[in-house]
Structure formats: structure tokens, C-alpha cells
Design a protein around this ligand. Structure first.
Ligand code: DX5
Ligand code: ZN
Length: 221
């Protein structure tokens, strides 16, 4: 069984102490940094761009998982790869030529994922699942941290995990939004491999949170 990974979404961190926060995330034992890139167009919020991503990359050994919530991902992909992205996620809802864009990310030796909003069916991914490294199931409407988990996201994780099993594929299933220690085990049981956590991690002691999360994993293995 693939071990579940914990990805820290820095959207909920104190940006005035970004470097300190990143060190704490590393020390606590998070597996990756999840960077939420918002353009004020695809989502009603704006966050960071390639320059800050590059600075983050220079201050951490953790891989950067870059979640592009932008209306024109093909314009941004190369800029974030140059800035140090290890993994790039684009949204199914915004690109007309997903297959082409996914291939262009993979050609750069960068992991390529596709995300679906809460109202998007995972069945729409049928003809891209063979090509991608993973699916990000959004369990809140993208744009903000600290929102409530949308319950039917679990059905989507189960659907994707079943599809993956039946077709002998090995894409990763991520879940992002409203995840906490109370619901994480259900998500792992449903088949999620990478759990993204923002506010629940930052409003708690990070060491305690990660320790409890890791014990959840041991419990299910
Ligand atoms: C929302 C972002 C998430 C968010 C998760 O648009 O994609 O990564 O930061 O934050 P929480 O865990 O607080 O829902
Ligand atoms: Zn995200």
C-alpha cells in the first residue's frame, strides 16, 4: 500500500513569517508544500506568483506541489516549472486542450495532475486518466482556506480509486479543502493518497497535528 502523504497548504500561514512557518512545517514532518496560485479570475482571490514561488523553493528541501487556480494555465505552467515546481495541478474546467497541456508538463519532467471542482464529475476525466500522474479532488469551492468540507467529495475519491484499481492504473488521488483530523481517516479509507491541509494544520500545533495524522495512517495500514 502506498503511504498517505500530508501536504501543507501555506494559504493559511502567517505570510509575514513565511520562512519560519516553512521551517516549522518541515520539522513537523509534512511531506510536501502545497502552493495555491490564484489569479483573481478563475477564483475570487489573488495569492502568489512565480517570484515568491522561486524564493520559497530556495528556502526549503520539500517538493513544491503547485495548484494553479488560474483561468489561463498554459500561460503559467512553464513559469512555475522554472520557479521550482515539482508538481503542477491544472483545473479540468479551464483548459480546452488538457491532453496537450498535460503532455507539455510531463515533457519537462514535472508531475502533472488535473483538479476537479465540487460540481465537476470525475467521469469527465475518463480519457485523461491514462496520461496524468494524479487527480486533485476539490472538497471546497476553490479560492479560500478555512471552508467546510463538502461531503460528496468522498464519493468522487471512491469512484477514482475503483477506476484506478479496475484499470490497473497508479495515478495519485489528492483531496483539498476542509480536511482535518476528524475526517482524514475516511478520506484515506476511500483511497486518497495525498491529503492537503491548510487551516487545520496552522491553527493547531504543527508537531502535534502531524504526529496525530501519522498515527491515523498507521491505524489504517
Ligand atoms: C482552496 C485551496 C486549498 C486551501 C485548503 O482554494 O486550494 O488548498 O488552502 O485550506 P483548508 O484546509 O483550510 O480548507
Ligand atoms: Zn489547493
Amino acid at each position: 500500500m502506498i503511504q498517505t502523504k500530508l501536504l501543507a497548504s501555506i494559504l493559511s500561514c502567517n505570510f509575514l513569517k513565511l520562512e519560519e512557518e516553512i521551517k516549522e512545517i518541515e520539522t513537523a514532518g509534512c511531506d510536501m508544500l502545497h502552493l495555491d496560485i490564484m489569479d483573481g479570475n478563475f477564483v475570487p482571490n489573488i495569492t502568489i506568483g512565480p517570484d515568491i514561488t522561486r524564493q520559497i523553493h530556495s528556502t526549503t528541501n520539500l517538493n513544491l506541489d503547485v495548484h494553479l487556480m488560474v483561468a489561463n494555465p498554459s500561460f503559467w505552467v512553464q513559469k512555475f516549472i522554472d520557479a521550482g515546481a515539482w508538481s503542477i495541478t491544472i483545473h479540468q474546467e479551464v483548459d480546452y486542450h488538457l491532453n496537450r497541456l498535460i503532455n507539455s508538463i510531463k515533457e519537462k519532467n514535472t508531475r502533472a495532475l488535473v483538479s476537479i471542482n465540487p460540481a465537476t464529475s470525475p467521469a469527465l476525466l475518463e480519457y485523461i486518466l491514462d496520461y496524468i500522474d494524479g487527480v486533485l479532488v476539490m472538497s471546497v469551492n476553490p479560492g479560500f482556506g478555512g471552508q467546510a468540507f463538502i461531503e460528496n467529495s468522498i464519493k468522487k475519491i471512491e469512484y477514482l480509486a475503483k477506476y484506478r484499481y479496475i484499470n490497473n492504473l497508479d495515478f495519485v488521488i489528492q483531496v483539498d479543502g476542509g480536511v482535518n483530523l476528524a475526517n482524514a481517516k475516511n478520506l484515506i479509507d476511500a483511497g486518497a493518497n495525498e491529503i492537503i491541509v491548510g487551516s487545520a494544520l496552522f491553527k493547531n500545533n504543527k508537531n502535534d497535528f502531524v504526529k496525530k495524522f501519522k498515527s491515523l495512517e498507521r491505524f489504517i495500514i
